[in-house]
Structures are given as structure tokens and as C-alpha cells.
Design a protein around this ligand. Structure first.
Ligand code: NAI
Length: 309
């Protein structure tokens, strides 16, 4: 039964049904957290294998939460996990998957052409008043939406989650030039409804967190290149001297050196207002590690060696 009957009322209706497109690391996390907070979720991916992997990942992650939530009662814990997973419907059919969505969150590959095409398909199938969101880290929301009609562009917003989604509290809510206040308000309400804290910002490269983190990481790498200190000492210094939970090299290895290179190279080349900015100039050290396949924790080696544990 629908709570709103007129289009005007539906315009600012609270977000209930969530469709997440892209069932990878981020998409599965967003689906999991939304379902944990009682939203009915549809998870769309082009690959059935990705959906299966996503379900496994969500199941494991939820099991850890359940163990803390119900330490005395494994049966109740399992029932809770099953109930949350039961609110997530996986599908490879996009048109069907977005048909009833109040909110569509896109978390597919970081490629402007692919995202623009996807949003064209989403717009063809999702209700006119639904909020359309991208989880992009480095692409302008305005550009992803540029081929959509006026209403769709007003309903488009950035919802930038952090990895790992179940643990990280922040969601950057990104306002493109044409994003309406109503859309921002609905996005903020959704973010709070899933137990996260929003930070609103304009549609600029890196938003808030990455715009400050990337220069910091690159400066740390340059200290290393200039032989000012060893990675271990720089990490110790920033953890104990600045109170950061991870040092810059631990953070680089965790994020992935290929990802860092991809972002800074992109900004240096054509980031709005960042083009040619020396903060994002290539680093020989970073380029060498990436070329050698040393991408950080995920490849077993980056600035540090993770192979023998
Ligand atoms: P991933 O590679 O783990 O997952 C992407 C998924 O999208 C794959 O399962 C793939 O099959 C699916 N996919 C690709 N094209 C599709 C299409 N046209 N329709 C439906 N599904 C499609 O990627 P990850 O790491 O989850 O990143 C996704 C997005 O989130 C990217 O835009 C990335 O920039 C952003 N992001 C990533 C963060 C991270 O730390 N990994 C942090 C914040 C944002």
C-alpha cells in the first residue's frame, strides 16, 4: 500500500525502497547497510557471479555484526542475518530492478561513459520522482547527469560512501549545480536513516575527504622520495604526533596504489581547477610500484610487504 497518492506529495516523500546498481565491494556494502536499517533493497549487477559474491560478502559481514549483537544466542543471530539478507533482492535485470525505486544508488566501474549510459537506462525505467545518486569518488556528478532531462538532473546527487561501508560512518552528499534542495533534503534523510553521518559539499574534484587526503598521501610519498625519513617512521610520526589512526603509507596500501595513481593522474590532467597542480604531479616512486604490480594490501605488497603473515 502506498502512503502517497498525488505526485506532489510523492515529490518529497521519504526514501523507502532502495536500488543499488553494482554489486561489488561498495555496492554490496551500501545494500547491506540499507537493508540493516529496514529498507527494502534491490541489488542489480550485470554479472550473476558478482551478485553471488556480493551475497557471500554481505552474509559474512552481517554475521560479524550479529555475533556482537546477540553474543549469547547463535540461533537468534542467524535469524537476524537471514532477515536482513531477506530484504535484499538480487537481479541482473536493471529495468525491473529500478521500476519501484525511491532511490537508485550507482556503484559500478569508475568510467564516465559507462556511468552516463547506465543513468540513461536508469532514467528510462525508474519513477520520475526517484532520487538518483552516484557513489563516484572522482567524477563530477554534473557530468554523469548531463545527458538526462531537467527533472532527472534536479533529482541527481552524489552519495559518496567510504570503504568498508558497514564500518565507515561518513557519507558525503554532493550537490551538483542543478541538484534541487528537495533532493538534498531527501538524500540527507536517507543517510541518517541508515545510521550514517552526512557531510554536504559542492560538486568539486575529491569532494572534501579525498581533496584533502590525496595531497597528504602524495606529500608523504615525496618525503620518502627525498629520503627525509623511512615509511615506518613517517607512519609512526603521523599516528602518534597527529593522532591519525593509520599512517599515510598504511593508508595508501589500504586504499590501493593503483587507485591513488588513477585519481591524481586524472586530476592533474583535467580535474576542474586542479589541472597542472603540483600537488597531484606524478611520483616516480608511486609509478614504479604500480608498474611492478605492488598495489598495496590487495596484491600482498605496496609500501609494505603483506605476503608473510
Ligand atoms: P567493484 O569493481 O568492486 O564493483 C563494481 C561492480 O559493478 C562489479 O560487480 C561489476 O560487475 C558491476 N558493474 C559494472 N558495470 C555495470 C553495469 N553497467 N551495470 C551493473 N553493474 C555493473 O568496484 P567498487 O570498488 O565497489 O567501486 C564502485 C564505485 O564506487 C566506483 O565508482 C568507485 O569509484 C566508487 N567508490 C569506491 C570506493 C572504494 O574504496 N573501492 C570508495 C568510494 C567510492
Amino acid at each position: 500500500a502506498h502512503r502517497f497518492t498525488s505526485a506532489a506529495a510523492a515529490q518529497s516523500a521519504a526514501i523507502k525502497r532502495v536500488t543499488v546498481v553494482g554489486g561489488g565491494q561498495m555496492g554490496a556494502g551500501i545494500a547491506q547497510v540499507s537493508a540493516t536499517f529496514e529498507h527494502p533493497v534491490t541489488l542489480v549487477d550485470v554479472s550473476q557471479e558478482a551478485l553471488d559474491r556480493g551475497k557471500q560478502y554481505m552474509g559474512k559481514s552481517l554475521a560479524r555484526v550479529a555475533k556482537k549483537k546477540y553474543p549469547e544466542d547463535p540461533k537468534v543471530a542467524q535469524e537476524w542475518v537471514d532477515a536482513v539478507l531477506g530484504r535484499i533482492e538480487p537481479t541482473t535485470n536493471l529495468a525491473e530492478g529500478v521500476r519501484k525505486a525511491d532511490l537508485v544508488v550507482e556503484a559500478i566501474v569508475e568510467n564516465i561513459g559507462v556511468k552516463q549510459r547506465l543513468f540513461g537506462d536508469i532514467a528510462a525505467g525508474a519513477p520520475e520522482q526517484s532520487v538518483l545518486a552516484s557513489n563516484t569518488s572522482s567524477l563530477p556528478i554534473g557530468r554523469i547527469a548531463e545527458q538526462l532531462n531537467g527533472t532527472r538532473r534536479q533529482n541527481m546527487v552524489g552519495l559518496h560512501f567510504f570503504n568498508p561501508v558497514p564500518q565507515m560512518k561518513l557519507v558525503e552528499v554532493v550537490k551538483a549545480n542543478e541538484t534541487s534542495e528537495d533532493t538534498v533534503a531527501r538524500a540527507l534523510e536517507f543517510v541518517k536513516s541508515i545510521g550514517k553521518a552526512p557531510a554536504v559539499c559542492k560538486d568539486t574534484p575529491g569532494f572534501i575527504v579525498n581533496r584533502l587526503l590525496l595531497p597528504y598521501m602524495m606529500e608523504a610519498i615525496r618525503l620518502l622520495e627525498r629520503d627525509v625519513a623511512e615509511a615506518r617512521d613517517i607512519d609512526t610520526a603521523m599516528k602518534l604526533g597527529a593522532g591519525y589512526p593509520m599512517g599515510p603509507f598504511e593508508l595508501c596500501d589500504y586504499v590501493g596504489l593503483d587507485t591513488i595513481k588513477f585519481i591524481v593522474d586524472g586530476w592533474y590532467k583535467d580535474g576542474e581547477g586542479l589541472q597542472g597542480n603540483n600537488l597531484f604531479a606524478a611520483s616516480k616512486k608511486l609509478d614504479e610500484l604500480v608498474a611492478a604490480g605492488h598495489l598495496g594490501v590487495k596484491s600482498g605488497r605496496g609500501f609494505y610487504d603483506y605476503s608473510k603473515k
